[in-house]
Write a protein that binds this ligand. Structure first.
Ligand code: SAH
Length: 256
């Protein structure tokens, strides 16, 4: 009698959106419901995990503020091993897996291990914050492009963006992981010619119950944000479109 062939395992890299389970795609929900194992990080809402079958393994590989629960290389190895054992592994990633989510690295390692992978897009934080504030990221005559930038370099320093190109483009800037480095990001933009009066807003926990917003100008927001003590995930939108929000308050500080 021949041995039973091992079931073919696979991985679905799933964008879990900004937090509110209502912002999951139907495809994400279907993947979560069919998972044998879920690997998730710190930004995933427990209500999203509740969509999985009770017997599905739930593995927290969360990382917050440099406190690594599991190294990226260990995560990559674990995902591949579970799939090679025959599991449908759902790797849940906040927002969209391919926007600052290290999804590309996980994809590379799974491809190298010969594990079949599919990717489900998710609502990225910039889009969630924009929707919540009713700020269009692009708008005819106001902003013809939108730039997703990180405020956090590989070594923890502020990345060397081409500030001049960003400012010249006149597009909206969505800065991820920038709450700590905002003073340097703002200084780079202002030195490259961005008016200090350019509207900016920081949104903490976009789409979640504790969402907080802080409006200001690119000159004034860094100091105001430091004082406000936003500790949760925070996205900063910079550009004239921010003034289109009905909530745009009086600038925190006059133009520099
Ligand atoms: N892949 C994610 C981004 C991961 S990087 C995405 O597409 O959204 C983590 C950064 O995303 C945080 O530091 C913060 O800048 C931003 N972020 C994620 N969720 C957020 C939320 N609910 N509200 C505000 N910012 C968020």
């Amino acid at each position: 009698m021949s041995a039973c062939p091992r079931p073919e395992g696979r991985v679905t890299l799933v964008g879990a959106g900004p937090g509110d389970p209502d912002l999951l795609t139907l495809r994400a929900v279907k993947a979560i419901q069919s998972a044998d194992a879920l690997l998730f990080d710190a930004l995933i809402d427990p209500a999203i995990l509740d969509l999985a079958r009770p017997e599905a393994r739930r593995i927290d590989v969360g990382k917050r503020c440099g406190r690594h629960a599991m190294r990226q290389s260990a995560i990559n190895t674990l995902i591949a091993r579970l799939a090679q054992e025959g599991a449908h592994v759902v790797r849940l990633k906040g927002g969209d897996p391919f926007v600052f989510g290290r999804g590309g690295e996980e994809l590379d390692s799974l491809r190298a291990a010969g594990v079949p992978v599919t990717v489900v897009p998710g609502v990225t934080a910039a889009c969630a914050a924009a929707a919540s504030l009713q700020v269009p990221l692009t708008h005819r005559d106001v902003a013809r492009s939108v730039h997703f930038v990180t405020g956090h370099g590989a070594d923890g320093a502020v990345p060397m963006h081409d500030w001049l190109a960003l400012v010249r483009s006149g597009g909206t800037i969505a800065a991820y992981m920038a709450s700590r480095t905002l003073p340097k990001v703002a200084a780079g933009l202002i030195a490259a010619g961005m008016p200090g009066s350019t509207p900016a807003v920081a949104v903490e926990h976009a789409s979640r119950p504790g969402e907080r917003r802080l409006f200001g100008t690119i000159a004034g927001l860094p100091e105001a944000l430091a004082a406000a003590g936003f500790e949760g995930p925070t996205l900063v939108l910079i550009g004239d479109v921010v003034a289109l929000s009905r909530e745009m308050a009086v600038p925190l500080r006059a133009a520099a």
